[in-house]
Design a protein around this ligand. Sequence first.
Ligand code: ADP
Ligand code: MG
Length: 325
Amino acid sequence: MPTEFDLIDRYFARETPQAVLGPGDDCAVLAPSPGMELAITTDMLVSGTHFFPETDPFQLGWKTLAVNVSDLAAMGAKPRWSLLAGSLPVADESWLGAFTQGFFACARRYGVDLVGGDTTRGPLTLCVTALGELPSGEALRRDKARVGDDVWVSGTPGLAALGLAHLQGRVALADDLCAVCIGALQKPMPRVALGMALRERKLASSAIDVSDGLLADLGHIVERSALDAEVFVARLPSLPKGVESALARRCQLSGGDDYELIFTAAVENRAGLSGLATELDLPLWRIGRMLAAQERGEVRLIDEQGGRVSVSRKGFDHFGQDQNQ
Ligand code: ADP
Ligand code: MG
């Protein structure tokens, strides 16, 4: 039986060119670049809650790091370091080999060193901490949206939720669309280049990544900025063909796990943003606008006729009451 330290050496301890000291000591030692602030985030993935126990370990390894990199992207930070705390039921080396391959594939793609962690026995739970850098005072925060700003979203939100619906047998997607949606669910591509460009070019007033659903996550910007928002159905990305439109719309507005960015931007930045979309080859959709709060901050969905659409489930909340709606 391999010991905890055999497993660490075999699977987790890799070169860490960006660290003063990587795995193997009591602490890692890091040297942030001069003039930079650190952005730090941590996310836990629990088997049975955040992923199916039988999920392909390579995809799981990728996603475990990617969801944290996405938080860095949402702040406009450059990803640099990570820590991985894992509780594993057994030392299954073929599982560990595939999991770490996926993890390090994501680490290479986004320039992240794994500098430390913890490895214990227990129910399968994975917790990553990721650290990134950004120039002092320039973080893209949730609480800086302004009245009159446009609301934007990147990519095609809803695909991951459609992929999940397919895996759960709630919809049968055609092969092409199925591959795209399952890919979005299992191998999200955090929008790091977008977040960094929004920050460097000062194009966004606030930003958040879509982990719980478009309306729910826009709701966090609304709340933290003490404003309201309107989202126009007519401006949302078109829905995938061949899927029942009510389900596709629900996935688009309330589905989690997309890891796209929602951001707010002044109206005079529209040209800059459409240029950036072309440069990054990534669609950016101007879907709404920020308004002064009428009562308490809320997100209103507006249909083609200007009427208000009611939405029952705004996003995924682990402790909320409407989980099963
Ligand atoms: P300590 O008991 O001092 O906390 P550990 O025995 O838990 O240290 O870990 C030994 C070294 O291996 C530490 O440097 C730790 O950061 C690293 N390490 C442990 N587990 C992991 C992991 N899953 N990924 C990366 N590094 C790890
Ligand atoms: Mg320890």
